[in-house]
Design a protein around this ligand. Structure first.
Ligand code: ADP
Length: 334
């Protein structure tokens, strides 16, 4: 069964591009962030200099890559894309930096996962527009300072806390993306449905939005699954009941919790009597990496009041017990 989660899939790039808005005006929701970013970009344009570096923080699927591309589009400059894990040595980053043209946007996804040496090289480049290029090997090696044209780094991270403060301090603008309220997701779903040619009856976009976990990437994925359903059942118009029926196939529940969310809550309640339980134990119990549980799953569960992070560990709330059909603090052995 294909899980519908907030994490990007390798085989999805083409379909993600088709639904990506190109201009700030097409970016749905997050009104305050959009207004701030618009002002920031307008000011740079008026001063005729590349804008300061931008950091985008927040859980996966909320629009960080989309915003980076919009920044480049709005400025009318090319964008170069790389990511923390793709940079294995500082030299990889040095060669990207030394090939940038004036004004270009360099997007670094998962910037918190850059190797240490690359991080240090990056913040010098961001501050002084200079990079030291190593020439030769062994004892004869020397470093040649190279002056770079002004450029803009757009960094994206799901774990802002893991960025060392010298690097964080190099960003002139930091935006925190938050989960989208369902009214905003409804608008996004209507826009995507128009692009995909799906005719949604009144109420259908709302049903989809309520199950999208506050996340545009999930909303678009669910919409595609509903489109498949409509094609197979030869529906011209998709009604709210069709949405419910189609999505029940994918184990998305009425609160939008997916398989991993439910596995986490079940583990806390059934294996640890409701908690507290440490992140690593919890991750081991559900067979996921701690980072995935912490960055993909927990922010939404905390926001929706299913889970609390306490100094002693993670605790399931009464709402979580009730959602699992149990009495809070009750006997789970039955
Ligand atoms: P992230 O980089 O934060 O993981 P993306 O920018 O790749 O997320 O967004 C995932 C998908 O959701 C893309 O297909 C994008 O088009 C869509 N999307 C995200 N945010 C918005 C938004 N505010 N308005 C319209 N589409 C959005």
């Amino acid at each position: 069964l294909q899980a519908i989660s907030a994490v990007p899939l390798d085989n999805e790039p083409v379909s993600e591009e088709e639904l990506r808005p190109q201009a700030l005006g097409g970016f749905i929701g997050q009104p305050q962030l959009k207004a701030q970013l618009q002002l920031f970009l307008d000011a740079a344009r008026k001063r005729d200099v590349p804008p300061d570096h931008i950091l985008l923080a927040g859980p996966p699927g909320l629009g960080k890559t989309t915003l980076a591309m919009i920044v480049a589009n709005e400025l009318g400059v090319p964008i170069r894309i790389t990511s923390g894990p793709a940079v294995q040595h500082a030299g990889d980053l040095a060669s990207i930096l030394s090939s940038l043209d004036a004004g270009e946007v360099l997007f670094i996804d998962e910037i918190h996962r850059l190797p240490r040496a690359a991080e240090e090289l990056l913040y010098i480049a961001m501050e002084d527009f200079r990079v030291d290029v190593m020439v030769g090997k062994g004892p004869g090696a020397s470093s040649i300072p190279l002056t770079l044209p002004r450029f803009t780094v757009v960094g994206a991270t799901t774990r802002e806390g893991m960025l060392p403060s010298p690097l964080r301090a190099r960003f002139g603008f930091t935006a925190h993306l938050d989960f989208y309220p369902s009214e905003e997701l409804e608008k996004l779903i209507e826009r995507s449905a128009a692009v995909l040619g799906v005719d949604l009856a009144p109420g259908s976009a709302q049903q989809l939005s309520l199950r999208s976990r506050g996340t545009p990437r999930i909303a678009n994925r669910l919409l595609r699954r509903v489109r498949d359903w409509a094609i197979v059942h030869e529906l011209d118009v998709v009604k709210p009941d069709d949405v419910k029926e189609a999505l029940s196939l994918y184990q998305i529940d009425s609160e939008g919790l997916d398989r991993l969310d439910l596995a986490v809550l079940n583990a806390i309640v059934r294996n640890f009597d409701g908690g507290p339980v440490g992140l690593n134990n919890l991750a081991a119990m559900v067979g996921e990496e701690s980072e995935t549980v912490e960055t993909v799953c927990e922010p939404y569960l905390v926001r929706e009041g299913f889970l609390m992070r306490t100094p002693k560990g993670r605790v399931a709330t009464d709402k979580a017990w009730i959602h699992l059909g149990l009495t809070p603090g009750g006997d789970v052995s039955k």
